[in-house]
Design a protein around this ligand. Sequence first.
Ligand SMILES: Cc1cc2nc3c(=O)[nH]c(=O)nc-3n(C[C@H](O)[C@H](O)[C@H](O)COP(=O)(O)OP(=O)(O)OC[C@H]3O[C@@H](n4cnc5c(N)ncnc54)[C@H](O)[C@@H]3O)c2cc1C
Length: 289
Amino acid sequence: MVRLASSSGGIFTLLAERTIDNGGVVFGAAFDKNWDVRHICIENKSELRKVRGSKYVQSIIGNCYKQAKTHLDTGLEVLFSGTPCQIAGLKRFLRKDYMNLKTMDVVCYGTPSPMVWKMYLDEVRLKYDISQIIDIQFRDKTEGWNNFSLSIKYKDKDGKEKVFRETLNENIFMKCFLSNLCLRPSCYAYPTRNGKSGSDITLADLWGAENICPEVDDDKGISLVLLRNKDFTLPGFVKKEIEFSKAVMYNPSIESDVTLPDKRDRFFRLLHSDGIHKATVKCTTKSRF
Ligand SMILES: Cc1cc2nc3c(=O)[nH]c(=O)nc-3n(C[C@H](O)[C@H](O)[C@H](O)COP(=O)(O)OP(=O)(O)OC[C@H]3O[C@@H](n4cnc5c(N)ncnc54)[C@H](O)[C@@H]3O)c2cc1C
């Protein structure tokens, strides 16, 4: 259940639960009531679902660095999760090491612009006559982990509950994201990539699992865990060591920045006149849309 609701193998939830069991708090990215993505602080396991799952939008940190410092100064265990640049930012904000701080980042392809996400949701609302969004999953595994979908559970104008689901190859927001058109400018030259954020642990998808460890691959999600300077041994999960080079072979975002497309400026110019769908189609070659 947790694994299916998680992007990869659900290791984040194990780390978070352990922190809360120790009386600590967990920071992570959640949707707010407007479906913008922002960091929040979680104190109870029952609320972990809010921060579970990747949201492919730059999350707003707000005052979470300050809140984390307050908790750390009172001696509470803190697990702070985020993108590598958010973890590097936290470390610069704190300006000293805390024994009670554990930091976890994700291997990050790059984060799409919140404005583009907002425009996408507006287009979807209009197209599907949505009166209320109930839930959004960027990594819905209904069609499998490898062929994941963006799904939106909603109520239409008649109050009927419906689900809109498109796989990563069908969905226009994912197309825009994975064509690198709408990433934040800093994502194209990411100085904190590949362990340079100073995080204790990095989580990712073990892409290529069908070749690396076919004996455990069931297309429901396997986590790649890159451990650095702290012992994160966890009970209750199946562990297998693999060569770093193998992981990178199937997951270039571990080491390499994404390419800045020539058409990024054009995309942002077109966005306001044409909307995300048309702008993405116009700026991607061999488009299926
Ligand atoms: C923007 C982004 C790009 C990614 N790119 C890659 C990639 O190229 N290759 C790869 O292998 N893995 C990538 N990941 C990581 C991967 O998708 C999983 O998040 C990771 O493996 C953890 O999965 P899990 O199953 O352990 O737990 P999950 O429950 O899926 O993990 C959720 C964790 O991600 C954090 N998170 C979610 N959304 C955001 C956000 N917008 N900003 C900051 N933190 C967020 C939460 O706070 C929580 O800690 C990316 C994640 C994000 C958010």
